[in-house]
Write a protein that binds this ligand. Structure first.
Ligand code: GAR
Length: 202
């Protein structure tokens, strides 16, 4: 399964996918291209460092959201992408994008959705005072961090946590969760029935 990754930031989740692939832990999934919308982001350097094909589409340079998404679609399709992984990609995709990859777009988010969607999910949880938060990988549908939930890992909020220590512990779990889900999808073990996602044993 040909996987394209979209990212905007540091790219540590992308790195987790690259490392899992190098260790043979992605099953039949293969990273084929990485697209970013921030020209100097860490994700782009990590992708180049791993010898992956890359493309940059700056949303500011595009006349509309539709034009931005059409450019992304064309770039991903040019690489025969079958599964799109949003790994810290901080733009909301249009229905046209989702229709181009139906049921084939997943996102990693740093909270236990549906709690704390949007930006800074970790800080939102910390400031709310929850005792347990975590991370989620879900299918993307039209909406912010909505869509059927594939897998989650809980993370306890410790008494001596600050926002940064909590963010880092959640991030470490994201790095375990995202490659595992990519593998499960590539192995054909993930099925969706309405809102419920089932993962067949490996
Ligand atoms: C990750 O924590 C990811 O869950 C979050 O951005 C960070 C990217 O880190 N995504 C969202 O908040 C999406 N709503 P990375 O660039 O080091 O992978």
């Amino acid at each position: 399964m040909r996987v394209g990754v979209l990212a905007s930031g540091t790219g540590s989740n992308l790195q987790a996918l690259i490392d899992a692939g190098a260790r043979g832990q992605l099953g039949p999934a293969r990273l084929v291209v990485v697209g970013v919308n921030v020209p100097d982001c860490g994700a782009l350097s990590r992708a180049r460092g791993a010898g992956l094909a890359t493309f940059v589409v700056e949303h500011r340079g595009q006349p509309s959201r539709d034009a931005f998404d059409q450019t992304l679609i064309a770039a991903l399709q040019a690489h025969g992408v079958q599964l799109v992984v949003l790994a810290g990609f901080m733009r909301i995709l249009t229905p046209a994008f989702l229709n181009a990859f139906p049921g084939r777009v997943i996102n990693v988010h740093p909270s236990l959705l549906p709690a704390f969607p949007g930006v800074h999910g970790q800080a939102q949880a910390y400031r709310h005072g929850v005792k347990v938060t975590g991370c989620t990988v879900h299918f993307v549908e039209d909406g912010v961090d909505s869509g059927p939930i594939i897998a989650q890992i809980p993370v306890s909020v410790l008494d001596d946590d600050d926002e940064e220590s909590l963010r880092l512990r959640i991030l470490a779990e994201e790095h375990r969760l995202l490659p595992a889900v990519v593998r499960q999808i590539a192995e054909g073990r993930v099925t969706v029935a309405g809102r419920r996602v089932r993962i067949a044993p490996g």
